[in-house]
Design a protein. Sequence first.
Length: 221
Amino acid sequence: MHQAQGMDARTEVGVIGTMKTNEILNFAMRKKTARMMREGRDRLTVRRLEKDGTIIPTQKADAYHETGHAIAALFVGVDVEKVYVGNHVSGGQIVGGACITLGASDAPAPDSVFLRMAGSVAEFKSGLLMSPAAIEEAATDGSSADISRAKQGMISAFTAASIAFSSQDLEDGIIAGRKRAKEFFEDPKVWGCVVEVAELLWQKKELSGEEVKEIYRRRIG
């Protein structure tokens, strides 16, 4: 969600679990079906299993998702205002979490794609995804909302530079961004930072940009 133009634009990177308010209310009134549980479509309420069988809220995996966006953003010089998980109302919709950045829309296209794809990559690497559909999404395609925003950023960049492009160019950009994110999180220092921030976010549900940056500076430099 772009609320302003220029370097001070506040951007919600990696908004997850978005459902319109009336959809949430209607959904809450009816029993979850076995099919929906298997596919993990209700990211706000579906429970996942730890490897030892402990039931945990979906918010823990979401915390890794939003942290992935935040750490990647800081790495490419995009400021982070805050990250949160849990039900919030944003733009008339209930969302399951977001990373609010300053200037993400103005970052070079490769960096913008990288930080947007970093959410699903971190979520998958966390090992918290138990739904087959959720695992497949994170491992192959990533969040559809993240991909949509990444492609829109590439389209804007190509158009502004008067460069012709094809749908394959956009797909190649997504693949490159995902590969870069995977390599980024392979660094033990980086992943240690993600784990510390994500675990704290899961406990507190919301972290300020300064809280995230303090851990980033201490862990990564």
